[in-house]
Design a protein around this ligand. Structure first.
Ligand code: 5AD
Ligand code: SF4
Length: 358
């Protein structure tokens, strides 16, 4: 039956649910098929994005996240301008084609200006050659535009769940945490001309395969350029921790995440898909498997090691003590194990975005 589904031009919701439920030989067929699609439309190149965790100060209180505002067990930091510049130079000189600046969500003119200045400086130190992705949460269209004009050209904003009701179970009920605002932000980003990435967490409490199938269709409908998604991993200082006994096992969450990645690759053949760190938190082979079957982007952490301990969105986050050199070595190894090749010093833009531009 699974062959029949895989041969269809367009997958509907029930097809996707069937694929997500597959196991045994069917599961292997699914993974083999998405590997084939990846090789055909993307090739074996993997792009690097050095991720800089700029600040763990956040105004929000998402129920799943270890750096939520009300968690008092976190030492809050913000990197200095020099630290961000140093990390960017490291990325540039080591052939990382792009960086990602990620931070907790802050909506203030002070924060907007600082990021704007950093963008301009990084563009100038790299002679415009380093691509910059931002992951700085929900902002006004005006702020997004200022950052775009300052040099950012890709933006990641995960929808977390495309189902409004489920989203509301995972966030406080107030204006700061509105599902509709988040959707509007994604459209605003597209409107400005960013390459837009979104994604969801997989294996959340209350989440079903039906929700996940809707997530895939949401991404297709939004016509995204990039996706970052991975398993939900509980954090003891968060409200969702109380549901820890009602979750899939970590290995089941990892397997379900890999299924989601392969289905997404089949549905959106030419987008960029990241092998996220959360996959690696469950198994040392997590990212490697993701690359083999669907992903073509890896995001090595280039945050100064001193701060990493304080940017723990979930437990067992890997790479906390790894310095940047080690991380290049380990990434090279994992990409080779997946029978792929790192593409150095290239932006590695989403093919879907480029094709749409033509
Ligand atoms: N487990 C997995 N991913 C998480 N994120 C936040 N908290 C967790 C968690 N406990 C993800 C969210 C967010 C991204 C930066 O990290 O999807 O968008
Ligand atoms: Fe803040 Fe993002 Fe964590 Fe939500 S997921 S609390 S917005 S850092």
């Amino acid at each position: 039956m699974i062959e029949e589904i895989l041969n269809k031009e367009n997958l509907n919701k029930s097809d996707i649910i069937n694929l997500l439920n597959s196991d045994g030989d069917d599961l292997q067929l699914l993974f083999d098929y998405s590997t084939k699609i990846k090789n055909k439309y993307i090739g074996n190149k993997v792009h690097l994005r050095g991720i800089i965790e700029y600040s763990n100060i956040c105004s929000k209180n998402c129920y799943y996240c270890g750096i939520r505002k009300d968690n008092e067990n976190v030492n809050r930091y913000i990197l200095s301008e020099e630290e961000v510049i140093e990390a960017s130079k490291f990325a540039y000189h080591n052939g990382y084609g792009s960086i990602v600046i990620q931070t907790g969500e802050l909506q203030s003119e002070n924060n907007t200006k600082k990021i704007e200045k950093l963008l301009k400086e990084i563009k100038s130190l790299s002679d415009n050659k380093l691509g910059i992705t931002l992951s700085c949460g929900e902002q006004t269209e005006e702020v997004y535009k200022r950052w775009f004009d300052a040099g950012a050209h890709r933006y990641l904003l995960r929808i977390e769940s495309s189902d409004k009701e489920l989203y509301e179970k995972l966030h406080p009920n107030n204006k700061l945490h509105s599902w509709q605002t988040r959707v509007n932000c994604l459209y605003a980003l597209k409107n400005i001309g960013y390459q837009v990435g979104t994604g969801v967490m997989i294996g959340l409490p209350f989440q079903t395969n039906e929700h996940l199938a809707d997530d895939i269709l949401f991404m297709k409908n939004l016509d995204i350029d990039m996706c970052g998604m991975g398993p939900y991993i509980e954090h003891e200082d968060t409200p969702l921790f109380q549901y820890k006994n009602n979750l899939l096992s970590l290995n089941e969450r990892l397997e379900l995440s890999l299924k989601m990645l392969s289905v997404l690759r089949i549905v959106m053949k030419n987008i960029n898909i990241a092998a996220t760190t959360a996959l690696q938190a469950i198994s040392t082979k997590g990212r490697e498997d993701a690359i083999r079957i669907a992903a073509n982007v890896v995001m090595p952490n280039i945050t100064p090691v001193l701060y990493r301990e304080n940017y723990k969105l979930y437990e067992n986050k890997p790479g906390i003590n790894e310095d940047c050199e080690d991380s290049i070595k380990s990434i090279t190894r994992l990409v080779q194990n997946a029978e792929c090749e790192i593409s150095f010093s290239e932006w590695g833009d989403s093919k879907r975005f480029k094709n749409r531009e033509k």
